[in-house]
Design a protein. Structure first.
Length: 206
């Protein structure tokens, strides 16, 4: 096979990127790698990176670029001969540059969700901490609202720089909306023009 497909999904906390990524990975057969998942795994296992990352995540801050690239790039190294989809990485310009030095990305999807929608989703999520996320455990609702607000402020500047860089490379596709189910058909259509969906792959191989 001549080429592997390399893509990423970006979006602020609460944007539904995990749901979108799972649908893309299942429909198009991409290996799915989530930075949040690897961070939580490291935190649970008390690895050096996990212990460090936890101190940033708990404050609603981004984990330093070096920690992230050291965590994510070796995972990609193991997937050299695969098509993949990244969830939550790269999240800053520096991370994108480190990734770019090794791999050419084909497409980046950015989820543009109104602030009000994100706020509602996150306050629900954090009041009922069933998601298992580290930063929502043990908080009471008022503290959570403050953390949520700070998190947007702290994380949005770096994503702005990243988005303009990806836009200038011509690989950025932005999708806006308040419901994942309504955004999904547009993403599905776009990807169908770039990769063969799994159902059609198996039909053609028959
Ligand atoms: P959602 O799952 O709703 O998209 P989220 O972005 O907060 O929300 P994760 O992607 O699971 O969830 O990340 C959890 C936290 O881990 C982030 O808030 C951030 O602090 C940290 N994090 C994840 N990916 C990165 C990254 N690439 N660079 C720096 N920090 C990261």
């Amino acid at each position: 096979m001549a080429k592997f497909f390399r893509a990423a999904v970006l979006g602020p906390p609460g944007s539904g990127k995990g749901t979108i990524c799972k649908r893309i990975a299942e429909s198009f057969g991409l290996q799915y790698l989530s930075s949040g998942h690897f961070l939580r795994e490291g935190i649970a296992a008390n690895t050096e990176a996990g212990v460090l990352a936890k101190t940033y995540i708990e404050r609603g801050m981004l984990v330093p670029d070096q920690v992230m690239t050291r965590l994510m790039l070796p995972k990609l190294e193991q997937l050299k001969n695969h098509s993949w989809l990244l969830d939550g990485f790269p999240r800053t310009l520096a991370q994108a540059q480190a990734l770019n030095n090794l791999y050419q990305m084909d497409l980046v999807i950015s989820l543009n969700i109104p602030y009000e929608t994100l706020r509602e989703r996150l306050s629900d999520r954090w009041i009922h901490p069933a998601s298992g996320r580290v930063y929502n455990m043990g908080f009471n609702p008022p503290r959570v609202q403050v953390l949520g607000h700070l998190k947007f402020q702290k994380q949005s500047i770096s994503s702005g720089l990243l988005l303009s860089d990806l836009r200038s490379q011509g690989i950025l596709h932005s999708f806006s909306g308040t419901e994942t189910d309504k955004i999904w058909p547009y993403i599905n259509t776009l990807l169908s023009t770039k990769i063969l969906p799994l159902s059609r792959c198996s039909m053609t191989s028959l």
